[in-house]
Design a protein around this ligand. Structure first.
Ligand code: ARG
Length: 489
């Protein structure tokens, strides 16, 4: 049974062939929204039945056919311009013309917009899982390495001693905001365009709130033209994913540099060797994490450029917008998960880190602080330490107490002992002391990091709950839809 006469072809022949057929088709990208489309079809048909638009028997027939199509799988779908058309064709192939009632009061325009939002929710939650595992790994490092002093850098030059914990929490802080951005993107994507039809609404008495409820959306996108045409939710999601990618790229770069200097020992699982140089252990996974920013930002650029200047309402350009978002979601979710694994399995060689922590006279700021705390104007203290630094070999620890004393005499005419307690200044010259003394809110001192860690762990828990609550809402909606479907089949 096939052909127009039997009503088994969704699109008439004149639209189904031609040399541009495969160019027109989105089937190769649409497997990703196969499950979404089935859910959207079911919710729509259930709503049509409830509204008296489609009779109960026909509804059962269509829903039964959809179960069949689902069981046969994506690969068994007939050829089609896209998954929406193919599923409808598959339904009509199974049950004949009555299957055509499924597309009452809707268009592929609201259908595809709904499918993308439906699927994107799952992808954003997966991205949030990966980001959270990276945050947990960083928090674990912070707990374990609170006392491990390391060099802190500006301009990639030794700047001040810090701790591994302080470094780790610096990335956790950024990732916490990245997670917020992903949740915001989720909440704005989680509104239903279904029922907008092509863009102009419909003459049928559709219940848009009901389909939104059955699909787990928080609300509807009210204006039907906005609902069918807008993809700002994709742009926002890819922007949030790009921010994660940018954060991860910095983290990866740090780890590559640290590995190079012997400050971190990456697990073999996250390293790679050379095919020719037997001695090599390269941080390849982290280089790939670093590179993923290119994927995400490229996707953002591709998406934004595709959307820019599109007139209302629907244009086929939108079909090529969607895959940018899938690519970003996959790349970033994988990269964050791999970064989490690399961080969780890395070793921090405390001795090497501590002995490097004073390199480049990184304790200089603390020495100036000690002089200023003793009563000197900070600018004078800065001048003294700067002179001491110039006269010392900063490739190693830099100035010693004697050099500071000599510089103090030259700048102020007074000895160090007259200006400050030399023991306090000597302590400031020690990298471990230097880090421990910077105990201001959010500073590297072990106590300050310990306090910060409490709030960090609370934040990670809260985000885990936020993700779980959204998953729960989705699974309750899926159950509700399933119950409705079963009542007709
Ligand atoms: N595959 C298409 C997309 O992703 C479906 C919408 C086609 N609509 C149309 N009016 N030609 O956008």
């Amino acid at each position: 049974m096939s052909g127009e006469d039997d009503g088994t072809v969704v699109r008439r022949e004149r639209f189904s062939g031609g040399p541009a057929r495969s160019f027109l088709s989105s089937m190769s990208d649409d497997e990703r929204i196969f499950a979404a489309d089935l859910a959207v079809d079911r919710a729509h048909v259930v709503m049509l039945a409830e509204q008296g638009v489609v009779g109960g028997d026909d509804t059962g027939t269509i829903l039964g056919a959809l179960d069949d199509v689902e069981a046969a799988g994506f690969d068994a779908l007939p050829d089609g311009e896209d998954v929406h058309e193919a599923i409808e064709t598959a339904v009509v192939e199974r049950v004949g013309r009555v299957g055509g009632k499924m597309h009452t009061a809707r268009s592929r325009n609201d259908e595809v917009a709904t499918c993308i939002r439906y699927r994107l929710r799952e992808d954003l939650l997966s991205a949030l899982d990966s980001v959270r595992s990276l945050r947990e790994a960083l928090a674990d490092v912070a707990a374990a390495e609170a006392e491990t002093v390391m060099p802190g850098y500006t301009h990639l030059q030794p700047a001040q001693p810090t701790t591994v914990a302080h470094w780790a929490l610096s990335y956790e802080g950024t990732l916490a905001r990245d997670a917020d951005r992903l949740l915001d993107a989720y909440d704005r994507a989680n509104e239903s365009p279904l029922g907008a039809a092509a863009f102009g609404g419909t003459t049928f008495d559709v219940d848009r709130e009901r389909t939104a409820e059955l699909l787990g959306f928080d609300d509807v996108v009210t204006n039907s033209m906005d609902a069918a045409a807008s993809r700002d939710f994709l742009l926002e999601a890819v922007a949030a994913l790009s921010s994660v990618a940018v954060t991860c790229s910095g983290l990866a770069e740090d780890l590559v540099v640290f590995a190079n200097r012997g400050f971190v020992d990456l697990a073999d699982d996250y390293s790679s060797t050379s095919s020719i140089m037997p001695q090599k252990k390269n941080p390849d996974t982290l280089e790939l994490v670093r590179a993923t920013a290119g994927d995400a930002l490229g996707a953002y650029q591709g998406l934004a450029t595709t959307l820019k200047g599109l007139p209302r309402a629907y244009n086929r350009d939108l079909q090529r917008a969607t895959p940018h978002a899938w690519h970003a979601a996959d790349a970033v979710t994988d990269a964050a998960a791999v970064a989490a694994g690399a961080v969780a399995t890395a070793d921090w060689p405390a001795e090497a880190l501590e002995s490097a922590a004073g390199e480049g006279f990184a304790t200089a700021t603390g020495v100036a602080d000690a002089l200023a705390a003793a009563g000197l104007p900070f600018r004078t203290a800065h001048e003294i330490v700067s002179l001491a630094s110039e006269r010392s070999d900063t490739t190693d620890g830099g100035a010693d107490l004697g050099a500071v004393d000599a510089a103090a005499r030259d700048v102020t005419g007074e000895s160090l002992a007259d200006l400050a307690d030399p023991e306090v200044v000597a302590a400031a010259l020690d990298p471990v002391e230097s880090a421990a003394q910077r105990d201001s809110l959010g500073g590297p001192a072990p106590d300050a990091v310990g306090d910060a860690l409490v709030a960090v762990l609370d934040g990670i828990d809260a985000d885990e709950n936020a993700v779980a609550a959204r998953r729960e809402t989705l699974s309750e909606a899926a159950d509700k839809l399933e119950t409705e479907v079963v009542s007709y089949v």
